[in-house]
Structures are given as C-alpha cells and as structure tokens.
Design a binder for this molecule. Structure first.
Ligand SMILES: Nc1ncnc2c1ncn2[C@@H]1O[C@H](COP(=O)(O)OP(=O)(O)OP(=O)(O)O)[C@@H](O)[C@H]1O
Ligand SMILES: [Mg+2]
Length: 255
C-alpha cells in the first residue's frame, strides 16, 4: 500500500471507527469463504451450513456467519432455538453442533427485518465489528442472493473473503451468476470456485460458464429429495447423498 492509499484508508476509517476494528476481528481466522450467487434459492444457505458442519466434523475449528440481513436461515438448518451469544467486550458466537454460529436472527427472533440500503450496511458493520471470533481454521459466510449491499459491503470490509459461487444448471441462474463473476473479477475479489447444485442430469452448462469466466469448477451436488426432511437435524443432513457429495468437494477444494 503506498502513502496515498494509506492516507485514503485512514480517511475512510476515521469516518467510522468500527471499520478499523473489523480487520482485527478476523485476525485469527485462517480462511474466510463467502458463499454467494447472483440468483436466489440455488442452495447457498444449505451449502454454507452443510460445509461448516462437514469441516467441523473433520476436526477443524469452524465459524458460520449468516449475513443475509433480510432472510437469515442458517439457524433453521442448524435448529438453533433458545440460544443467545455471550457478551464480553463484544459478542462471542455460541457453539452449535461444533460450529461457532453468528446471525442477526439471535436479535430478530423471527420478526421482519425491514432494513433499507444504509440500514443494511449499518447492521453489517455492527455485526462484523461486535463479533469476537475465536481462532478459526474456516469462517463460512452465507450471503443473500444478488450483488446488493451485503455482498458489496463484505467485499469492501473483508477483502480476503474468497467467493464460493453456487449455481443451479438452469439458464435462468446462469445469466445472474455470469454477472456476479464479472463483478467479482472487476473488483479483484478472490474467487474460490463454483459449485453446481441440485443437478438432476449431466449437463455442461456450468462447466462452460466456469471456463468462460475463468473460474474453477469445483464439482456438483445432486438434487436430493431427502434433504428437506433433514433440515433442522444436522446429524441426519450429513448422511444425505447431497452432503456426501459436498464433503468430497469441500475436502478437495477448501484448503
Ligand atoms: N441439493 C439439493 N437437493 C434438494 N434440495 C435442495 C438442494 N439444495 C438446496 N435445496 C433446497 O432448495 C431450497 C433453497 O435452498 P437455500 O435456502 O439453501 O437457497 P439459497 O440460495 O440460500 O436461497 P436464498 O437466495 O433465498 O438465500 C431449500 O428448500 C433447500 O432445502
Ligand atoms: Mg439463503
């Protein structure tokens, strides 16, 4: 960073002291993976939460941060109910099924979250600044769909977040994911790769998208009708065909 960049960084940080706190909060986290997609409903939450469970089961120290400010849902997969984080010079995420878990849902408790743009950014800043992550091998972040405030703020505030893109083999998902890929590249954001989720038959749609975008294709997970009844039961979820296939991808690509 040259003198001019340093000056600009100090100027921005002086506007909101929380910004300078954030990088310290992630100092003991080895790898940060942000699960995202241009498209909604493609399985980001399921992949993010299941990946965290898989890594924890393998003996890694893992955190999971739900950064979907309008529709947090990782807590449903994990079946988090009457749990509250401990407050001690910030907030310490509780351990759930071996995963340190943080979400705005601890405070929202099922009520609507009618946040506008600047309020979303403010809530993200607050959540990132107050959460005291312990030493972690992996922090998985579940992002909302699209390229809105949450994604842009995270890419700006936590620059070493590696994007894990989720896409279903549908023409409707492809165009939005292509747009996300262009955005990530133009911002110089690190990209871990792309996972094809809910595959029902062999298709080259996503491998072609990955190749054309210069992004690593990490593999595919099947559409698994047994997943729905395992939501809220992590032990059963890890036994599904979906989780078994995801575990192969996680083991080979998340180092
Ligand atoms: N591989 C799969 N097999 C079967 N069902 C799946 C699979 N992946 C995801 N689903 C189901 O698809 C639905 C959407 O998944 P999920 O909520 O994880 O998507 P999302 O991308 O996080 O959505 P949003 O954009 O709303 O945050 C859920 O009902 C989930 O259980
Ligand atoms: Mg989601």
């Amino acid at each position: 960073m040259d003198r001019e960049d340093r000056g600009e960084k100090m100027r921005i940080e002086s506007l909101d002291p929380r910004i300078s706190v954030i990088s310290r909060r992630f100092a003991n986290v080895r790898k940060i993976i942000a699960v995202m997609s241009g498209k909604g409903g493609v399985g980001k939450t399921l992949v993010a939460t299941t990946s965290a469970l898989i890594l924890a089961k393998e003996g890694h120290k893992v955190g999971l941060l739900d950064l979907d400010m309008h529709g947090p849902s990782c807590h449903i997969v994990l079946n988090v109910q009457a749990l509250m984080p401990r407050e001690e010079k910030g907030i310490i995420p509780p351990q759930v099924h071996g995963v340190r878990f943080m979400s705005i849902e601890y405070y929202a408790r099922g009520s609507p979250l009618p946040l506008r743009g600047s309020e979303v950014s403010n809530a993200i800043l607050e959540l990132l600044a107050i959460t005291r992550w312990p030493s972690l091998d992996y922090l998985i972040i579940d992002m909302p769909p699209g390229t809105g405030d949450e994604v842009l703020d995270l890419l700006w505030l936590v620059k070493r977040s590696e994007a894990l893109i989720i896409c279903t083999p549908s023409k409707l998902a492809l165009s939005t994911v292509r747009r996300l890929a262009v955005l990530l590249k133009s911002l110089g954001a690190p990209i871990l790769g792309i996972i094809e989720n809910m595959r029902t038959e062999a298709t080259s749609l996503i491998t072609e998208l990955a190749e054309e975008s210069g992004i690593r294709y990490l593999g595919w997970t099947p559409y698994d009708p047994n997943v729905e009844k395992c939501i809220g039961d992590p032990r059963k979820l890890l036994m599904t065909d979906f989780a078994k296939k995801l575990a192969e991808i996680v083991m080979s690509s998340m180092r």
